[in-house]
Design a protein around this ligand. Structure first.
Ligand SMILES: NC(=O)c1ccc[n+]([C@@H]2O[C@H](COP(=O)([O-])OP(=O)(O)OC[C@H]3O[C@@H](n4cnc5c(N)ncnc54)[C@H](OP(=O)(O)O)[C@@H]3O)[C@@H](O)[C@H]2O)c1
Length: 208
């Protein structure tokens, strides 16, 4: 879902997109128009910027399946959440508190410049923030300032106006841990068309 939504949006903005999958033939049949569908390895080789939007439990394995040289120096936007699904229960997190999936990816693949982003809202809101009227925020985190700048530029292209930089990649702990809250709000409204907004006193200034 996320991969297709992001691919369609990127293509509409004029970017060239290749989606990675384990099932090229099957996914090619339902891919958005103008999107190439290839293996994960071929997609990683193609992309100047990479987006990780696989099921969180499998993100590391998906990236291990690509040629490491195709990761070197590239920005990877990590949209995934480390959710564990149990029938009849709300999903839980497999990584939390003192660690996150974003950090795990950065540790496992130090050659990548990982930026955690977009994981705190539904994929339709990701690519069309105006679905939720008014001002609302998106959060990013990562160790590389230039990578975060590059991602911020792309997010502005998507229509995001307020992007809050939570600092280094440990900020991924905070955004991934919003998921239990997000899932409960979703349960209340039965719609994913909502988002977060940080409201602050004008007297408060940023100190970090
Ligand atoms: N859905 C949302 O609106 C939303 C919002 C924010 C964040 N996220 C996060 O974004 C990620 C994708 O969500 P989604 O809703 O798009 O999920 P999805 O539709 O179930 O897509 C799952 C993706 O994970 C891949 N995958 C599954 N098992 C795999 C394995 N064993 N090895 C390698 N790849 C595997 C699939 O690849 P194949 O094509 O090979 O099956 C597919 O690309 C998740 O981490 C989710 O928590 C989702």
């Amino acid at each position: 879902m996320v991969g297709k939504a992001l691919a369609a949006k990127l293509a509409a903005l004029g970017h060239q997109v290749t989606m990675g999958t384990r099932s090229v033939e099957k996914e090619a049949a339902s891919a958005p128009a103008g999107i190439n569908v290839r293996t994960f390895a071929e997609a990683a080789a193609f992309g100047e910027t990479l987006i990780s939007c696989t099921a969180g439990a499998t993100s590391i394995d998906a990236l291990r399946s690509v040629n490491r040289k195709d990761l070197t120096g590239k920005v990877l936007i990590d949209v995934s959440n480390p959710l564990v699904f149990t029938p009849g229960q709300l999903p839980t997190l497999s990584i939390s508190n003192t660690d996150s999936l974003g950090e795990t990816l950065q540790r496992e693949f130090p050659e990548l410049r990982v930026v955690k982003a977009l994981n705190t809202c539904n994929c339709q809101v990701m690519v069309d923030p105006a679905r939720v009227p008014g001002e609302h925020d998106l959060f990013i985190a990562g160790n590389d300032a230039a990578a975060k700048q590059q991602v911020t530029k792309l997010l502005h292209e998507f229509g995001w106006k307020s992007i809050i930089d939570l600092g280094d990649i440990t900020g991924a702990r905070a955004t991934e841990q919003l998921m239990p809250f997000w899932l409960r709000v979703f349960g209340m409204y039965g719609s994913p068309d909502f988002n977060y907004r940080i409201l602050k006193s004008p007297a408060i200034v940023r100190t970090t």
